[in-house]
Design a protein around this ligand. Structure first.
Ligand code: PLP
Length: 358
């Protein structure tokens, strides 16, 4: 297998993939493959219940929160949140730190009165705000932010400090570090980075918010519909939930979120050190805003970047092309990305610099 630096879908633990391969053909000696099985079967209900229990344990989710397994991608949460929470054009405050917050702001404006209290657009989204750099209006229902900005490689070092309820898109750093769930009204994440394959979106929602939805919201788009039926109102994305369950068990075997955070920090530090040691590589994010999940960087010229990406792929370092909106290179190193892949990349960066002077 090559080292896969893809931003998502992304590298998953090999032992999970191997087990999934077997279970897809014959799940627990039932003679039926996992994705052929009724979602109401005893076997699948156990898979879903275990996945929820393990997520609750790993994130220390309080009892007064529901965990939902939804479809429609993280992008559907951009409208579901304001649609359910901002009836009668209520107000919310958003922090604009890149493409994903931008898209969420656009959708929220369909439903509510949206105040954008901070934007780093002028500096190509190379940083997140510091506390005190923005004001959350008193009549806001919530403060919305994207904890890790997958494209620009920035990450909030800690949750924004505000007395308001937080709502957060954690698609690209969920379970990479401890989070105090009780600070949030809603946390959501598409699975395809730290949780498993694309197809399931996790929503963690405080129970009292289930009753705020306006009457005219369709059944499938109401959080309460899914909460009342344990995410089985309609056929759930069975395969994605199953693989996510296996990833969660794997994460527990690694020692849980605290242990993986240490590991993630060490991995990211190796790469940032390589960037900082030379003038050849330039990190996109300001130091205080650096992500431990996605590391975006540039070489002296776009031509050298193309050559770098091609030569890296030729030695088994894949997926290093930056997002089309900022170009350059990006190494996505989520929980399951192995340390030796980073060692190999760092060694390659040194050789490439020597062989290709600016
Ligand atoms: N939010 C963030 C932070 C992302 O990185 C992505 C996708 O990469 C999305 C939302 C959109 O997710 P989806 O493709 O599941 O709609």
């Amino acid at each position: 297998r090559v080292f896969n630096f893809s931003p998502g879908p992304a590298t998953l633990p090999l032992e999970v993939l191997e087990k999934a391969g077997k279970d897809v053909v014959d799940f627990q000696d039932t003679g039926i493959g996992l994705i052929e099985m009724s979602h109401r079967s005893k076997e699948f209900m156990t898979v879903a219940a275990d996945a929820e229990a393990n997520l609750r344990e790993l994130m220390n989710i309080p009892q007064n929160y529901k965990v939902l397994f939804l479809q429609g991608g993280a992008s559907s949460q951009f409208f579901m949140i304001p649609m359910n929470l901002l009836g009668d054009k209520k107000k919310a405050t958003y922090l604009d730190t890149g493409t994903w917050s931008n898209k969420a702001i656009k959708e929220a404006r369909i439903f509510g009165d949206i105040d954008v209290a901070f934007s780093s657009e002028d500096s190509s989204f190379n940083r997140v705000p510091e506390d005190g750099e923005y004001t959350v209006s008193e009549d806001s229902e919530y403060l919305y932010y994207v904890s890790n900005n997958t494209i620009y490689g920035t990450q909030f070092p800690t949750a924004p400090s505000t007395s308001k309820m937080l709502v957060c898109d954690m698609s690209s750093d969920i379970l990479s570090r401890p989070v105090d769930v009780s600070r949030y009204g809603i946390i959501f994440a598409g699975a395809q980075k730290n949780l498993g394959p694309a197809g399931v979106t996790i929503v963690i929602i405080r129970e009292d918010l289930l009753d705020t939805t306006p009457e005219n919201v369709p059944t499938m788009l109401r959080y309460k519909t899914h909460a009342d039926k344990d995410s089985m109102f309609n056929t759930p994305p069975c395969f994605s939930i199953y693989v996510m369950g296996e990833v969660l068990k794997w994460l527990k075997r690694q020692g849980g979120v605290e242990a993986i955070e240490k590991h993630n920090k060490e991995k990211a530090a190796m790469l940032y050190e390589a960037i900082d040691q030379s003038d050849y590589y330039r990190g996109h994010a300001e130091t205080a805003s650096r992500s431990i999940m996605n590391i975006s960087f540039n070489l002296p010229t776009p031509e050298l970047e193309v050559k770098f990406i091609a030569e890296a792929a030729a030695i088994g370092l894949n997926g290093l092309k930056g997002h089309r909106s900022i170009g350059g290179c990006r190494a996505s190193i989520y929980n399951a990305f192995p340390r030796n892949g980073i060692e190999k990349l760092v060694a390659f960066m040194r050789v490439f610099e020597t062989n290709n002077p600016a």
